[in-house]
Ligand binder design. Structure first.
Ligand code: UDP
Length: 400
């Protein structure tokens, strides 16, 4: 059963739920329409699935519409996605046209009658060209567009400047724009299957099912098999550590359908792991939420050694379970890990190995860091904080 707002009193900082009720007084009865391009899969859908019902509980008429597009459209927007995150792409005139046509077509069927229209990411960004300008339009960008392919950004920017405001996940992800810009960190849901409390017996049962013995300290990285998550670097760090400290390494992750490079990275990881019985490469099917929860709870230290990262929510997921995290010095990892306090950011294999060894040799430090990490997440990266941000934004924009 889905958690209700009242259930968050147990997990959010004291006073949070009452504050949400008070904030909601200012925007009660107002409508908020979210528009994105997928109902399932990916962080945006995951967060909207929870935010929309909670906003309704608070008296906001929140709705969520998904634009429809052909395979061609999604191939185009995937290229946009890569180009905006700085990867060189071939994008033809025909591709730009396909993007515009799908947005125009979707606009015919959408009802834009809301006080605030929150458009997520580039796929539906051009809707603003065709919708009525009655409510406030806000573009919520979940990508790092700080170093985009210029031509693609110039094209998209023509739409973005028409919005009343834009929201980015980190200040460094943004671009210069003539509209107000806000920063809103993503969040995790502490009551979802991926993050809710699990008893030790339940954790052990899941570990048995996954074939993970519980006999020595465990290092864990949960990530798509993607070169930017640097799983091979994690294996190298583990090998350095292993010369001095006995431990296991679990690399758990799935292969996304839309990521043709994943299989190659997984093959490389398996080759690098070789026959070491203490390295477990787990291929997780989609929706392995409880499994990820159990693995994170069973880990001694969690690693997220990304060399390039969006926000990196796996870091907050692990911190919420009281784990110290050693993460790459990239993207949102740097705001989640408070250096020395909740974990370490590192920029090399040797640095990662050094920090892992230190925490394995100092379990009391690791425990304290994990406890502080949990509190840091409680205050900054829970869905209740995200709700506060949205309610505040609605009331600020309503006053403008
Ligand atoms: N995740 C998952 N299955 C996997 C790998 C990752 O469910 O096999 C989840 C992970 O728990 C987290 C999200 O996918 O909730 C990954 O988000 P993050 O921001 O860390 O990285 P992204 O994959 O978006 O780059």
């Amino acid at each position: 059963m889905l958690a209700r707002l009242e259930d968050y009193r147990e997990v959010a900082p004291p006073g949070t739920v009452d504050l949400l009720y008070r904030l909601s007084e200012k925007v009660k009865g107002r409508s908020l329409l979210n528009i994105n391009s997928t109902r399932f899969g990916g962080g945006v859908a995951e967060i909207l699935t929870r935010l929309v019902p909670l906003l309704n509980e608070l008296g906001v008429k929140a709705t969520w519409e998904v634009i429809q597009g052909s395979d061609e459209f999604f191939a185009v927007t995937k290229s946009f996605h890569n180009a905006l995150q700085g990867r060189e792409q071939e994008i033809s005139e025909r591709m730009y046209q396909a993007y515009v046509e799908v947005n125009r077509e979707n606009a015919k069927h959408l009802l834009f009658e809301a006080d605030m229209i929150l458009v997520h990411d580039p796929q539906p960004a051009a809707l603003i060209e065709y919708g009525p300008r009655v409510g406030k339009w806000v573009w919520r960008c979940h990508l790092d567009i700080s170093q985009p392919m210029r031509r693609v950004w110039r094209f998209l920017r023509n739409y973005v400047v028409k919005y009343d405001a834009a929201i980015f996940s980190l200040p460094t992800f943004a671009q210069k724009l003539p509209i107000p810009q806000f920063v809103m960190y993503p969040s995790i849901d502490p009551l979802s299957d991926k993050n809710r409390e699990l008893g030790r017996r339940e954790v052990n049962k899941i570990l048995d099912r996954l074939g993970i013995p519980r006999d020595k300290p465990t290092l864990l990285q949960v990530s798509r098999f993607d070169q930017f998550k640097d799983p091979v670097g994690v294996i190298k760090a583990y090998r350095i550590v292993k010369k001095h400290n006995d431990c296991r390494l679990i690399l758990a992750g799935g292969l996304a359908d839309d990521d043709p490079e994943g299989k190659a990275v997984l093959d490389e990881v398996k080759e690098s792991a070789g026959q070491d019985p203490d390295i477990h490469v787990l291929e997780l099917p989609p929706n392995s939420n409880i499994e990820i929860n159990a693995l994170q709870r069973a880990a001694t230290i969690v690693i997220q050694k990304s060399t390039k990262e969006g926000f990196g929510l796996t870091v907050s997921e692990a911190m919420w379970k009281g784990k110290p995290v050693i993460g790459g010095d990239a993207g949102g990892i740097t705001v989640q890990i408070l250096y020395y306090l909740t974990g370490y950011t590192v920029s090399s294999v040797e640095g990662a190995a050094f920090r892992i060894r230190y925490l394995l040799n100092n379990p009391q430090v690791a425990r304290k860091m994990g406890a502080d990490a949990k509190e840091h997440v409680r205050r900054n990266f829970l869905i209740t904080r995200h709700l506060t941000d949205y309610l505040t934004l609605m009331s600020v924009l309503a006053e403008r």
